[in-house]
Design a protein around this ligand. Structure first.
Ligand SMILES: [Zn+2]
Length: 435
């Protein structure tokens, strides 16, 4: 746990950064303390917020009609009777999700392209923006970020420089995500940051370049988020930079959802801002095993989202030994939209075809399912061309992941793999599955 120094520095940070300082500080202190409350107390807080969310949703065009068939108390007892909201619903008519009689000019609008390129328009009120900033600050502190660390973020957006950084506090280094990777690495190696964040595809690439150069760059920590972090990628990053990786699970629609426990590998759900359900394909609750992650956002009362299918898969975790009362997810296993459809019609999660070995033979890769029985393994070779052995392994891994069905894999060597509009690099793209 972090002491008063962090709180004090957070106060200074917020004072300088934003006029909504008191609101952010209040939220920050409250969620920082709430994570240690008992499961029962946290459930009570969550139910109060769910009730508020249901009442807001009743005032929206999208939910108004459907909610009229339900009493609040019945939904508080069991939310799983209410229909699931899909990404398509949201992208089709985003303004239908807005609470009536709102002053839209006061809302912040964000458009996200999404991995399939379907734009989603999202509206946030200032409370939501402040809540998200406070939650992110809390998560980073839980991950052990110190105010004195030089924090490097490779991202699409470059915010203005932070005023206190000249005093050595909250120093940030932003590097353009789309820059040449060797150039990014050389800047990192020159500046020697303590922390590097976020996309695991970028962290992996930096780790590979670091390895090729004899590991001149060591980090205190690496923060991962935004994309699936696989076991081999985590190991590669940790070994290369001699540091621990902390993983965060977030989505533009609802902000930070869960963060990896600093003591264990399970993910703590921030139950004050997100009500998470895990359901089967029919939408029924699943107590065990992997299912679809469904989220009810409890913060943004201007644009409520109830039982929203975020497009990810996960499974419940048990009680964590760290003492936090927040519920846990054991796994968040890849984006459900990265599903592959087999020639037999069966659907498999993309994680089954992701290679776990021979990863040092490629700098980057992307598997594209062109049709039911044809895949393209697109890669940037690490050195010369791909060895026969590696090629056989990748092909086998895809076939095994496809339950041994009759599929064909083409290999395509490229100079680079283009990131999506959001900056994310998708490992698997199926041209057959839609969100
Ligand atoms: Zn824990």
């Amino acid at each position: 746990m972090l002491g008063h120094v962090s709180v004090l520095n957070f106060i200074i940070h917020s004072l300088i950064m934003d006029s909504s300082f008191f609101q952010r500080l209040k939220i920050f202190l409250s969620i920082r303390q709430q994570q240690w409350q008992s499961k029962e107390d946290l459930e009570k807080i969550q139910m109060k917020k769910l009730l508020e969310t249901l009442n807001s949703a009743r005032k929206t065009k999208f939910y108004g009609g459907a909610l009229a068939k339900f009493k609040n108390n019945d939904l508080l007892d069991d939310l799983s009777h209410f229909p699931i909201t899909s990404k398509t619903d949201l992208s089709a008519a985003p303004e239908d999700f807005l609470r009536s009689s709102l002053d839209k000019s006061k809302l912040i609008v964000e458009t996200t392209s999404g991995s399939t390129g379907i734009p989603k328009k999202l509206f946030f009120d200032s409370y939501t923006t402040n809540y998200r900033a406070a939650l992110l600050a809390m998560i980073q502190l839980e991950f052990g970020r110190s105010p004195f660390d030089l924090y490097a973020e490779v991202s699409l957006k470059t915010p203005p420089p932070f005023p206190l950084s000249s005093l050595g506090l909250y120093r940030k280094l932003y590097l353009p995500l789309l820059d040449d990777e060797e150039k990014t690495f050389s800047t990192l190696n020159e500046k020697k940051p303590d922390i590097l964040a976020w996309y695991p595809s970028m962290l992996t690439m930096m780790a590979k370049i670091n390895d090729d150069n004899g590991n001149p760059l060591k980090l205190k920590k690496a923060f991962s988020g935004g994309e699936l972090l696989t076991g081999p990628s985590r190991k590669l990053i940790e070994d290369s930079f001699s540091c621990q990786v902390f993983n965060q699970y977030a989505a533009t629609e609802v902000g930070a959802i869960a963060f990896e426990c600093p003591e264990e590998h399970s993910f703590h759900i921030n139950s004050n801002s997100a009500l998470v359900e895990i359901v089967d394909d029919q939408g029924n609750p699943k107590e065990q095993g992997v299912g679809r992650i469904i989220i009810t956002s409890l913060i943004n009362q201007s644009m409520p989202l109830i039982r929203y299918d975020i497009g990810d898969l996960g499974s419940w975790g048990g009680e964590c030994s760290c003492g936090r009362g927040l519920p846990t997810l054991e796994s968040i296993s890849g984006r459900a939209d990265d599903l592959v459809v087999l020639p037999s019609g069966k659907v498999r999660s993309a994680r089954h075809i992701i290679p776990l070995d021979f990863l040092d033979s490629v700098k980057q890769y992307q598997i594209i399912q062109e049709s039911e029985d044809r895949f393209t393994f697109r890669y940037v070779p690490a050195k010369s061309s791909l060895s026969q052995k590696a090629q056989e392994y990748f092909e086998n891994q895809i076939r095994t992941g496809c339950l041994g069905e009759d599929i064909h894999v083409d290999f395509e060597s490229v100079d680079s793999i283009k990131r999506g509009k959001s900056g994310k690099l998708r490992k698997v793209i199926s041209k057959l599955t839609k969100k």
